[in-house]
Design a protein around this ligand. Structure first.
Ligand SMILES: [Zn+2]
Length: 439
């Protein structure tokens, strides 16, 4: 166990170029025995890594500063914020073609961002600077039997390839792809019986699927604001960027769950409110979800997640939130005509939108509360949001948090937090459709 740890430390240390690696390895070794010295080395390594733009160095040293800082009871808030701001490459998908395994990430990788080595029992390890949840993929071809992805301790995520026989692999990176190739040696012929079983299966499955087939649900996602309309602004960040990033994550998540997804905007551009819902109507969407971030100009402490559905506003809070989201286009249609429209709202649609809002809120809270202990439930509320007016399908507006609250604003920039919000919403959408099928 100890020797394996040393091997790992050595590997981590060879990660980076020059003195930074040595320093970090030294700090890792000292972190338990002498946290004060380790803390100072990490700090030095952090500034050097920033200077030479070594992402993995920044990640590793920040991790060290925070963990040793905790032991020493030092104030590392500033470092924690920087750490939460780091955008780690995130696992997307894998592909096996012939003797080649390609693992894709959501952003480009650096040549120094990974390290690979063989392990006993036909295993091969790739440690990579990146972020992904634990996942086991059974590939079962002659090249690789199983791929395991896991979060690894210091600054690293780990990919383990398991094969049927001892193999030599060659690993390289190209843009956002990690490419693993075998040198072809030691290859054993694949058992023939295996292929037979695989060939028999599809027929049965397609028959079964045809029977069970349900219409693919269409969802239109609306990232609020954009272009000349920034939305809420807080601590140097803009609502339009935060909500676009979350919407894109949600789009990806929903597509992976089999939904058809359209976006009212995919980049930073201005889209008129009425064009957002008319797109949803044109695409015959089953759901319309508008994503926003809140702000309170007076109360900096205001925070939490809220989900609104369209209904004449009842509370002052809902009216304020709606006024803020509507502000940019309010002169186009006055409050008076909007109020008139609201009086004609379909009661049934209000009820289903209310249900959708409840499922979205519950999905997000369930996901976030697992990682954050202080998530505030702002509740499901009625609101006269102009962007929801005119949607012919159940619709909801999500306020993912407050840009005016420093802690929440910084969290909203964090990729882990954004991912949880998106996954939570996707869970809520799943639940909504499951529940509505029962009626
Ligand atoms: Zn907004």
């Amino acid at each position: 166990m100890v020797s394996r740890l040393l091997v790992l430390l050595l590997l981590v240390s060879t990660y980076l170029s020059g003195g930074i690696d040595d320093d970090l390895a030294k700090a890792d070794r000292l972190s338990k025995k002498d946290p004060t010295t380790a803390f100072n080395i990490y700090k030095k390594a952090y500034h050097q890594s920033k200077k030479v733009k070594s992402k993995s160095g920044v990640y590793h040293s920040l991790y060290g500063i925070i963990s040793t800082g905790r032991v020493l009871k030092k104030n590392v808030k500033q470092y924690r914020n920087s750490f939460s701001m780091l955008n780690l490459p995130e696992y997307k998908k894998y592909r096996v073609s012939g003797e080649k395994l390609v693992i894709e990430f959501d952003r480009n990788l650096g040549k120094k961002d990974f390290r690979s080595f063989p392990l006993k029992n036909n295993r091969f390890v790739i440690d990579i600077y990146g972020d992904f949840n634990h996942k086991t993929i059974r590939v079962n071809n002659k090249f690789v039997k199983q791929i395991t992805l896991a979060k690894y301790k210091t600054a690293l995520a780990r990919i383990v390839l398991r094969s049927n026989n001892k193999r030599q692999y060659k690993v390289s990176v190209w843009k956002n792809k990690l490419i693993v190739e075998t040198d072809g040696k030691n290859t054993l012929p694949q058992k023939k019986s295996n292929t037979k079983i695989i060939e028999n299966k599809p027929n049965k499955q397609t028959l079964y699927k045809k029977k069970k087939k349900v219409k693919t649900k269409v969802i239109v996602l609306d990232a609020g604001h954009g272009g000349r309309d920034s939305g809420a602004v807080g601590y140097g960040y803009k609502e339009k960027n935060v909500v676009l990033s979350i919407s894109k994550r949600l789009e990806k998540e929903l597509k992976s769950r089999g939904y058809k997804v359209y976006m009212t905007r995919k980049r930073d551009r201005y889209v008129r409110l009425k064009n957002r819902t008319s797109m949803a109507n044109k695409k015959k969407a089953d759901l319309f979800i508008s994503i926003h971030a809140n702000a309170s100009p007076i109360r900096r402490t205001a925070r939490g997640l809220e989900v609104y559905f369209l209904s004449p506003a009842k509370t002052a809070r809902a009216k304020r939130a709606a006024a803020k989201e509507n502000a940019y286009e309010m002169n186009e249609m006055g409050w008076k005509s909007q109020k008139m429209f609201l009086n004609f709202l379909n009661r049934e649609k209000i009820i289903t939108s209310n249900k959708l809002a409840i499922d979205l809120q519950r999905g997000m809270l369930d996901k976030l509360k697992k990682s954050y202990s202080d998530i505030r439930d702002g509740g499901v509320r009625k609101g006269p949001f102009w962007v929801l007016v005119g949607a012919q399908m159940p619709a909801a507006l999500v306020e993912v948090g407050y840009m005016s609250n420093k802690k929440e604003c910084l969290r909203l920039q964090n990729s882990h937090y954004q991912r949880l919000v998106a996954k939570g919403m996707a869970d809520g959408i799943d639940r909504f459709f499951i529940n509505s099928r029962r009626h």
